[in-house]
Design a protein around this ligand. Structure first.
Ligand code: NDP
Length: 395
């Protein structure tokens, strides 16, 4: 099986290491906009195990040229959400299977939803190819946790709260944990949650409350919109309410407010000294590279699902989560825990496909596959998970 990874950022670095270490993949290639970054990742892995290439993933012809020469069985898209559709188009044209970790976003609109990628369903089905959407941690493991809960512990899931805490400290006044442009677009948009068949919209960060996270303690948690809510409420129609909570420190929120107020989060082009620039892209260029945060990052992430539902006629609560230590992630891969918790599931999802455990013709969200083989291996790959039964889930 041949795997082609696109994107040599923090997530791509981790996924390439994990895919290269997996014997199911006979050949591995890492391609990105800047080839020198791919070469550095390949050199660190060593043994000529990873080939590298330059590619412009915004261009279907450029992607097809690469796909036709390397002939990947599966393409693991770890570039940016902007490239999802061009990479899916190239996969269809060249007969490759597809996996990503973030749903499509148009560059000129800070808005993400699955409709653009679900629209590829018939074409992937007709081509007999698999497209796996959202196989990072959130989306990704959070949806697989939900699938596991539905399979083993509930007849009906009624309330789902996904909780994402980053209790790490990188020592910088302000930095984002993954691509700054995508991150700031995500956290500055309006909040949204699902209740009784409808989406309820809130002002950004309007709803918040303190939640307790295992081994971390209490952290203020903010209701934001997150993409897996859209597929989970579709795939688990018994859900009455689905929400997503993320922790932010006061310092981070203050910086974010200033960035917005002074117009640096704008995504529309402006003229500066006769050159067209997009403020948020300029901001990305001056913020710390998320990949560089690892060396001084201490503390843990804690991400999981808090679920309330019915089993054998009785109401139960269930909390399934993973804690990931920034320093441990850095020791193993040279990146911080956010890149690690995303890159490991992406590599494992590709392995599930390569081993024939997750297959099918069409476009799938990860909760549509069997969660058992994935979760069986997730701990061995560095992300052990834990379950708590009938505890106070605070929500
Ligand atoms: P980075 O910005 O660090 O890396 C993105 C990489 O993609 C860079 O190497 C960049 O190249 C490359 N790239 C960008 N545009 C193109 C293009 N047109 N052609 C070829 N290569 C391109 O991002 P991260 O590694 O932090 O994140 C990667 C993905 O993972 C993002 O889509 C992000 O949304 C997603 N993510 C998902 C999470 C989850 O849990 N599901 C959590 C965190 C991230 P260059 O180096 O030249 O800039």
């Amino acid at each position: 099986m041949k795997a082609l990874i696109i994107g040599a950022g923090g997530v791509g670095t981790v996924a390439t290491q994990k895919i290269a270490a997996n014997p199911v993949f006979t050949e591995v290639m890492l391609a990105s906009r800047t080839k020198s970054k791919c070469d550095a990742v390949a050199a660190a892995i060593g043994g000529n195990r990873v080939q590298t290439a330059q590619v412009d993933a915004d261009s279907v012809p450029a992607l097809c040229e690469l796909f036709r020469s390397f002939k990947p069985d599966i393409v693991v898209n770890l570039a940016l959400p902007y490239q999802d559709l061009t990479i899916m188009d190239a996969c269809l044209e060249c007969g490759c299977n597809y996996l990503d970790t973030a749903n499509y976003e148009p560059k000129d609109e800070a808005h993400f939803e699955y409709s653009w990628q679900w629209a590829y369903q018939d074409r992937f089905k007709a081509a007999g190819l698999t497209a796996i959407l959202g196989c990072g941690f959130d989306p990704g493991v959070t949806a697989i946790f939900t699938a596991y809960a539905a399979k083993h512990h509930f007849d009906e899931i009624h309330y789902l709260d996904i909780v994402d805490c980053n209790a790490g400290n990188h020592g910088m006044a302000f930095a984002t944990n993954f691509n700054p442009e995508i991150n700031i677009r995500e956290v500055t948009q309006k909040g949204r949650y699902y209740q009784n068949g409808e989406w309820v919209v809130t002002e950004p960060h309007e709803i918040h409350k303190p939640l307790h996270y295992p081994e971390v303690g209490e952290r203020e948690s903010y209701l934001i919109y997150h993409e897996e809510l859209e597929s989970l409420v579709k795939n688990y129609p018994t859900i009455k309410r689905a929400r997503f909570w993320m922790t932010f420190g006061q310092e981070y929120l203050t910086h974010l407010r200033v960035i917005q107020n002074i117009g640096m989060a704008r995504i529309d082009p402006i003229m500066y000294n006769g050159v067209e620039i997009v403020p948020i892209q300029f901001l990305k260029a001056v913020l710390p590279d998320p990949k560089s945060l690892g060396a001084n990052y201490h503390g843990q992430t804690s991400i999981g699902c808090r679920i309330r539902g019915i089993k054998d006629g009785k109401e139960h609560t269930y909390y399934i989560y993973n804690n990931c230590d920034h320093e441990k992630a850095f020791r193993e891969t040279g990146t911080q825990a956010v890149s690690f918790t995303t890159g490991v599931p992406a590599a494992l999802g590709a392995s599930m496909w390569a081993k024939g455990l997750w297959r099918g013709a069409g476009v799938f969200n990860v909760e549509e596959f069997d969660p058992d083989p994935f979760l069986k291996e997730l701990g061995e790959q560095g992300l052990p998970w834990h379950e708590l039964f009938d505890v106070d889930i605070e929500l």
